[in-house]
Design a protein around this ligand. Structure first.
Ligand code: TRP
Length: 444
């Protein structure tokens, strides 16, 4: 790189909500991304800290966290501080329902969120941005809305607790919840077109719906957007597990929160789930051969992996035995990192493949034997998510956990709370004095 010959390392990875592209076969350089986005690395201290807490309910830290697949965060430590002080958070994640065909990569944030729900015993809200897909894709409102309901079945199949999980379609919920809509207006008033263009790259030919959309993805970060769960409380912290391409939405959210005297959401970011063809890009439902779909049969899974999964193996068996394979670029190995739970077995495979003892065909066989039952199990669980079950998860309802959030006493905003909000704002002022100048005071 230093002598300028390594072109690959010079080119910057493209990472935004609409495109992920790296020129390196190892995929996106995530350490660089942490610097570029200004987030923090999930380091061993944080992993140990999470495990200390989850072990209280007998759960090891999830392998997604331990293996660096959720590698970056914003203010996880603050979320854990509050949790340990008896002020638990809620989880927020989402999906843009652009197609019926969900693939393995789509499951990652939901598997993580479900684990965190169980390990921390907290509520979850899941946003289905059917409105977003209407604006970005050539689909009708009806189609988007129906896809939201269909995708909800896959989300439910991840095992969410119906007593603690609210899944909502924007097209449905926003018209039924004044508080959510009012929060949207507050956010919209805080962000100028200039700022939105700077963050999201909107152009003159984008429809105006797109320009205001980020406010809609922002507001589930605020507990006041769910009065039926949090009874109007604005002090319930929010943690968002998501792939790191969604971060721009939440940088914007964290930026405006103090101005609205609301809490900034914390984030836990994942790496991208690689396409079968290699980690230069992520799995995409619109490229059928790049993906293992949740509807694939055992045979389809086997054929796709054997045919398409990019191999880090050598050209000939002799060469492979001599020099060994490259786990860092091998897609089958990368998939095993996500889905093989047994740490020791995974490490053995890593060693055997790297040394040349294990051949690509054998590695693929391991992966196939992990994915076939996993996808079959998902299909079984999805079949149980009937229309009634979907209705239950999506209904605006009080939940047993709502009792944990007694409504705020009117006029009793304590001094202590005010002080805390000031600390948030100070952070923000330091970072964004200039933007604040554009915005002035926001009446909420
Ligand atoms: N925009 C996301 C997508 O297209 C969906 C989404 C909405 C989301 N809210 C979220 C994703 C919160 C992660 C976290 O998939």
């Amino acid at each position: 790189m230093e002598n300028g010959t390594d072109k690959v390392a010079e080119e910057e990875d493209i990472v935004n909500p609409w495109e992920v592209q790296s020129s390196s076969s190892k995929g996106v350089d995530y350490d660089k991304l942490i610097k570029r986005f200004g987030s923090s690395k999930v380091d061993q201290d944080l992993i140990d800290r999470i495990e200390r807490i989850t072990m209280k309910t007998g759960r090891k830290v999830h392998h997604f966290i331990k293996r660096g697949l959720f590698f970056s965060h914003r203010e996880m430590n603050k979320i854990l501080d509050l949790y340990e002080q008896g002020k638990p958070f809620y989880l927020y994640t989402g999906r843009g329902p652009s197609s019926q065909a969900m693939h393995l990569g789509h499951l990652i944030p939901f598997i993580m969120t479900r684990y965190l729900q169980e390990a921390f015993d907290v509520p979850v809200v899941v946003q289905l941005t059917d409105d977003e897909k209407f604006l970005w894709k050539s689909l009708t409102l009806e189609e988007c809305y129906n896809l939201a309901k269909e995708n909800t079945k896959d989300i439910i199949a991840c095992g969410f607790d119906p007593d603690k999980t609210f899944i909502f379609s924007d097209l449905d919920y926003i018209g039924s919840c004044k508080e959510f809509y009012w929060n949207m207006k507050r956010v919209e008033k805080c962000v100028t077109f200039n700022q939105a263009r700077g963050i999201f790259g909107f152009s003159d030919t984008d429809c105006i719906g797109k320009i205001s959309f980020p406010a809609i993805q922002a507001v589930p970060s605020f507990s006041t957007s769910f009065p039926h769960i949090f009874n109007g409380r604005k002090d319930i912290p929010c943690l968002i597990p998501c792939a790191i391409d969604q971060d721009p939405y939440f940088r914007m959210t964290r930026d405006v929160a103090p101005r609205l005297k609301l809490m900034k959401p914390a984030l836990l970011h994942s790496v991208f789930f690689p396409a079968l063809q290699g980690a230069q890009t992520k799995m995409s439902a619109s490229e059928p051969t790049s993906s293992i779909f949740l509807t694939d049969t055992a045979n389809q899974i086997k054929n796709k992996i054997n045919r398409y999964a990019f191999s880090g193996g050598r050209d000939t068996v002799e060469e492979h035995r001599e020099k060994g394979g490259d786990c860092e670029v091998d897609v089958s190995f990368q998939f095993l990192k996500f889905f093989m739970e047994d740490d020791e077995r995974l490490e053995q495979i890593r060693q055997d493949y790297s040394s040349g003892k294990m051949l690509t065909g054998e590695l693929k066989k391991e992966l196939i034997s992990v994915l076939q039952p996993l996808v079959a199990k998902h299909q079984e669980a999805r079949a149980k998510a009937t229309a009634e079950v979907v209705e239950k998860f999506m209904s605006i309802r009080k939940m047993p956990c709502s009792d944990k959030y007694p409504p705020p006493v009117p006029g009793a905003s304590s001094k202590k709370k005010k002080k805390k909000q000031k600390v948030d704002s100070v952070d923000d002022v330091a970072k964004n004095v200039e933007e604040k100048l554009h915005c002035g005071k926001v009446e909420t």
